[in-house]
Design a protein around this ligand. Structure first.
Ligand SMILES: CC(C)(COP(=O)(O)OP(=O)(O)OC[C@H]1O[C@@H](n2cnc3c(N)ncnc32)[C@H](O)[C@@H]1OP(=O)(O)O)[C@@H](O)C(=O)NCCC(=O)NCCS
Length: 340
């Protein structure tokens, strides 16, 4: 018998403010910048994104997604002994968004009449930008496999609207806010049951400048630009090759081939990157979960948002094999292969 981390539940949350391409195009036009719904849809597949209202933080989105996830799993906050939040738009410099989330979950549990919440378990953030969720899955899986954790809440939560330059038409149309969560629970079987089968994560800092938010806080002020900048074409070219490499690597680690994959749940950045990766893996687009049209690139939140959608719509069924993969600033990339 081997110890595995199985998916016990999923959840996601998009803030109520839904912004259509036409709304953004109108804002850009008012600033003297040309764009169109057609251009955005054709080049990216994005039709809508959600923006958090002022005062709504990554932990608030994470909280809503986590509550839905715990409810789907039939678990309480007290069952969770590890919280990992993948985010590049944390509530504050410190403490971690995971610690803040843990406290919000505990307060909600106490308000529901439970005698304890999630306090006392481990909680920390991982920062690998759009690959953050597969990084977090990889860490949580390793901790569960070694017995360091029993029940891990793995969350991707972002408020990218806070770091967008709305005078840059090449980036502001691409990103949105949201959160997704997966509850991983320890189980044991001979290898044919549910659980994470393999993970694969990488980084190469030499590409750090093609996608970054270079500003920092020093001397009581923001030093450098706090807004996202990107060389879109360079990112595109690099992403397609890296996603194919990590997909093949994770399959090999698990002793599987692309023919074993029932569902590809890619980072939802751009439909053209997703279709070209699927093509390289000889997976028809019907086996790819696509939600990018509804929420744009939500960075670390996009994979769990898409995964939750696939599970709740009944597309992804128990026993099926799911390949998650992501790529992002750093440059970082990685994947996770699991059986639901
Ligand atoms: C950003 C991206 C959509 C641009 O698409 P593209 O087909 O590469 O387009 P180009 O950069 O060649 O630009 C083509 C033209 O459209 C223009 N353009 C850019 N944004 C525009 C917008 N929102 N509306 C209208 N025109 C726009 C460009 O300025 C350029 O004009 P020019 O030819 O006069 O210079 C694409 O490169 C991409 O998706 N890259 C990856 C981004 C990504 O996924 N990042 C996150 C990874 S985690």
């Amino acid at each position: 018998m081997t110890r595995f981390a199985r998916v016990a539940g999923t959840g996601s949350y998009l803030p109520p403010k839904k912004v259509a391409n036409q709304d953004l195009v109108a804002q850009l036009t008012a600033r003297g910048l040309e764009s169109s719904d057609e251009w955005i849809v054709e080049r990216t597949g994005i039709r809508f994104r959600h923006f958090a209202d002022d005062g709504m933080h990554a932990s608030d989105l994470a909280f809503e997604a986590s509550r839905r996830c715990l409810s789907a799993a039939g678990k309480k906050a007290q069952d969770v002994d590890l919280i990992i939040v993948a985010t590049s738009t944390p509530d504050m410099v410190f403490p971690s968004t995971a610690s803040i989330l843990q406290h919000k979950l505990t307060e909600a549990a106490l308000a529901d009449g439970d005698s304890v919440g999630a306090a006392g378990g481990a909680a920390f953030d991982v920062q690998a930008v759009c690959s953050g969720f597969v990084y977090a899955m990889s860490v949580a899986n390793a901790m569960i496999q070694t017995g360091a954790a029993q029940c891990a809440l793995v969350v991707g939560a972002e408020v990218f609207s806070r770091i967008l330059d709305f005078n840059d038409r090449t980036t502001c149309v691409l990103f949105g806010d949201g959160a997704g969560a997966v509850l991983l629970e320890a189980t044991a079987h001979d290898g044919d049951g549910p659980g994470v089968l393999a993970t694969d994560i990488h980084a190469d800092g030499k590409h750090r400048a093609i996608l970054c938010t270079p500003g920092t806080v020093a001397g009581g002020a923001v030093v450098g630009s706090p807004l996202l900048t990107m060389d879109g074409q360079a990112v595109f070219k690099l992403a397609v090759g890296l996603l194919e490499n990590t997909a093949r690597a994770v399959l090999e680690k698990a002793g599987k081939t692309e023919a074993d994959v029932d569902w590809l749940v890619p980072h939802q950045a751009n439909i053209r990157i997703m279709t070209s990766t699927a093509k390289k893996l000889k997976l028809p687009i019907e086996r790819v979960i696509v939600t990018v049209d509804q929420h744009g690139n939500t960075s670390a939140a996009s994979i769990p948002l898409a995964f939750d959608h696939g599970v709740r719509t009944g597309q992804i069924k128990p026993g099926q094999i799911v390949l998650m993969e992501g790529v992002g600033g750093g440059f970082t990339w990685g994947s996770a292969l699991l059986r639901l």
